[in-house]
Design a protein around this ligand. Structure first.
Ligand SMILES: [Zn+2]
Length: 136
């Protein structure tokens, strides 16, 4: 499997004659040997290049998908909700509302729709819950 590297030496292709300078992006494969700045020619020589699907770039793709706000799919399990859990959920709502207003008081410039606001609110909820726990 070959990779795209920046050339350490200037050179030219024995196959198509294209040349490259030090630092140019070229396709390079050790075994079987294939080298060219042109991807098609490189492939003709028996070279293969990692596609963006494989490991190295997968993490980058993942990071990009976060920044692009790609929707995520969630599959909720089917189950009955216990009354106790429902009460917990109502308690959670209270913390959420309090944290929302408090975060807005403290950061009036921050739009409440922003990711950052969401993070602050979420952190505040955690803190309020901890304090409530301590004060029990
Ligand atoms: Zn070539």
């Amino acid at each position: 499997m070959g990779t795209i590297i920046s050339a350490k030496y200037k050179g030219d292709c024995k196959n198509c004659g294209s040349d490259w300078q030090v630092g140019s992006q070229i396709c390079y494969q050790k075994e079987p040997k294939a080298i060219c700045s042109d991807k098609e020619c490189f492939t003709e020589q028996g070279g293969t290049i990692e596609t963006s699907r494989s490991q190295g770039n997968a993490r980058v793709d993942m990071a990009n998908s976060w920044t692009k706000n790609k929707p995520i799919t969630v599959k909720l399990p089917e189950c009955n909700i216990d009354d106790k859990i429902k009460q917990t959920s109502e308690l959670w709502d209270q913390f959420f509302v309090v944290a929302h207003h408090r975060a807005h008081d403290l950061y009036p410039e921050e739009p409440t729709t922003s990711d950052r606001f969401g993070q602050i609110r979420s952190k505040m909820m955690d803190q309020f819950m901890k304090i409530a726990e301590i004060n029990k």
